[in-house]
Design a protein around this ligand. Structure first.
Ligand SMILES: [Fe+2]
Length: 247
């Protein structure tokens, strides 16, 4: 029957992060680093990422000899527990485990011993520097890992304050083969104005290959749910050939 009621217009597209498809930086394996402390929190955070429109999650616990002495085994065992909990609760989203490798001496020894690293995909490995200073031998470390066939993705380059005043080092790091992963929350000033400005500058220079949540806890999740951030992400995804959806 003909209806006088106008067909409902489709709702405007959700202001979400679905354009990114895959999140490749988070701390969701329970109890093994400074991220989620237990399975229930991990589940809540994963459901939150789903609601934001993500279709795939690659979670990346810290592997840092002094503070978070994880290994391939601790990560994969923890991941196994997480997968079982997701299955039990029928939460349907592909999740994979990789790692965020701190570039310390332990990292050197993993390379020396030819221990297979947990990769984001293929040969891509997420690495981080200390927030205090760049590793003295960062060139050697980046060279060594590439000699072993890995390609470094530098986690949150915008967050290393010591690079802000030496912006040429960013270019050097890229010349040394680093891809850059910027944290979403940096884009809205969550870590401070200087970090927001550095992220903006990296964007202007087209020095961003990946965007990640670096999700640790509920407070991060609340801040990821911000309209302004979703607009900025759409803008970046429109203008840069991000790799997120290829993972
Ligand atoms: Fe992280």
């Amino acid at each position: 029957m003909f209806s006088f009621f106008k067909k409902k217009k489709p709702l405007p597209e959700a202001h979400d992060l679905s354009v990114l498809k895959c999140d490749m930086h988070s701390h969701l394996i329970p109890g093994i680093d400074d991220g989620s402390p237990d399975v229930d929190t991990s589940i809540t955070l994963i459901e939150g990422l789903k609601k934001l429109g993500y279709k795939k999650i690659i979670t990346t616990p810290h592997l840092m000899a002094d503070l978070y002495p994880n290994s391939r085994t601790t990560i994969l065992n923890g991941f196994d527990k997480l997968v079982k909990a997701l299955q039990k609760r029928k939460i349907d989203i592909p999740v994979r485990a990789a790692a965020e490798y701190f570039l310390d001496d332990h990292f050197d020894s993993l390379l020396e011993k030819d221990e297979p690293l947990l990769t984001i995909k293929d040969n891509l490995v997420l690495v981080e520097f200390s927030f205090a200073s760049i590793p003295i031998d960062y060139k050697q470390k980046l060279f060594n890992m590439q000699m072993k066939g890995y390609k470094p993705i530098l986690a949150h380059p915008e967050r290393y304050a010591y690079l802000h005043k030496k912006f040429e080092l960013y270019e050097e790091l890229r010349d040394f083969g680093c891809l850059f992963q910027v944290n979403l929350l940096s884009l809205i000033g969550y870590y401070g104005k200087n970090i927001e400005a550095a992220a903006e500058k990296l964007y202007k220079l087209k020095y961003i290959e990946l965007l990640g949540t670096d999700l640790h806890h509920e407070r991060h999740m609340e801040n990821l749910n911000v309209h302004l951030l979703h607009q900025k992400v759409k803008d970046i995804a429109d203008n840069l050939p991000l790799l997120n959806d290829s993972l």
